[in-house]
Design a protein around this ligand. Structure first.
Ligand SMILES: [Zn+2]
Length: 361
């Protein structure tokens, strides 16, 4: 989720928080629904306020995951808010089952704590007992109790034992303490997909939103399992095993026309760009095509190439590199050792390597 489609809200604890543009659709939808119900401006604003406070709870939930991950040695890049909830981009996740369990549990636990605080407030300070409240619309009086219920709903929903929910991870990490991670993930995937099918069927009769969630769970379960199959194989190899030392080079001051012209004659999926003969960046075929659209044939390579790709080390496992490339949508990464450029790694090469190893098993 790059910042082009998101609004940045700040960077507490070094974690960038952003709101995806689709979030505005959620607000519009709330306005549409409430106005159609004939509610006044004050009421409409109260609903919007509720959603904002609820999403603040979601941010705290993601911070629960993120800060626990950091505490256990992981790295967190950002938290993105989508209309369906929050997403923490944990770039380096603690690998052992116990740590994964703690990181997964910390999110829902935050909502349990919030619900507990709200309960305490309602029980001792609020003045109006829940049985005296009306619930046909959100008011300042029933606000805390509806927020409490919503937090409990977040807990219950997240504890469904299916990826990509926290429950899926909790379940998998609990299983991994007894068996290998691939097998644990396969069991978690199968159970998650059973849930997905139940959601989709229930959605046909109850609420179409459940169908969407069902598909979301189904794909999430499959994606997580595929990731583990990759891990199982690629964890046994390092960058050194498939580093490309025979790559295409092009000077950063050349034109896109030159880069595009040579493309048809080479098998490489991109170039290593150089400045005075030294490594300068990566130029993929996609970048050339985009560059031609923006700058035309006379555009310069240095305006289009990506010089900010974080290099990988030769001894890094292929799975770590693969994850990094997936997360950042890199097609090629430079390999450097002690600051010296050694070669490149191409995502297609990793995929091919994976498929060959898998076929050989
Ligand atoms: Zn969570």
């Amino acid at each position: 989720m790059k910042s082009r489609y998101s609004l940045n809200l700040g960077k507490p604890f070094g974690i960038r928080i952003s709101v995806h543009w689709t979030f505005s659709l959620l607000i519009l939808w709330i306005v549409f629904i409430t106005v159609r119900q004939g509610l006044g401006t004050g009421q409409v604003l109260m609903h919007i306020l509720f959603v904002l406070v609820l999403f603040f709870c979601v941010v705290l939930h993601e911070f629960g995951h993120s800060l626990t991950a950091i505490k256990l040695g992981g790295k967190v890049k950002s938290i993105t808010l989508l209309p369906i909830g929050g997403m923490a981009h944990i770039s380096e996740m603690p690998e052992n089952p116990k740590d994964e369990f703690l990181v997964s549990a910390a999110g829902p636990l935050v909502n349990v704590v919030i619900a507990g605080i709200l309960w305490f407030y309602i029980a001792f300070f609020h003045g109006t007992a829940p049985e005296q409240m009306e619930f046909d619309t959100i008011t300042l009086t029933n606000f805390p109790i509806i927020l409490l219920a919503a937090n409990l709903f977040i807990v219950a929903f997240n504890l469904i034992p299916a990826f990509p929910m926290d429950g899926g991870r909790l379940f998998r990490s609990a299983l991994s303490m007894k068996m290998n991670k691939l097998k644990a993930t396969r069991i978690a995937k199968d159970i998650g997909q059973v849930f997905a099918v139940i959601f989709i069927f229930a959605g046909l009769f109850l609420n179409p939103f459940l169908i969407i969630i069902g598909f979301f769970i189904f794909l999430g379960a499959r994606g997580e399992y595929e990731m583990m199959v990759y891990r199982d194989i690629l964890n046994n190899y390092t960058v050194n095993d498939i580093i490309l030392t025979d790559y295409e080079k092009i000077d950063e001051n050349e034109t896109l026309e030159e880069a595009a012209g040579r493309l048809s004659h080479i098998s490489s999926r991109g170039y290593v760009t150089t400045s005075n003969g030294e490594y300068a960046g990566i130029l993929t075929k996609n970048a050339i095509i985009k560059g031609l659209n923006v700058f035309g044939k006379k555009g310069l390579i240095k305006d289009v190439m990506n010089e900010n790709i974080e290099p990988v080390k030769p001894e890094m496992t292929l799975f770590d590199v693969y994850k990094k490339m997936q997360m950042n949508k890199y097609e090629m990464v430079p390999v450097k050792e002690d600051g010296h450029f050694k070669g490149v790694l191409d995502k297609e090469n990793i995929n091919e390597f994976f498929m060959i190893r898998q076929a050989m098993q």
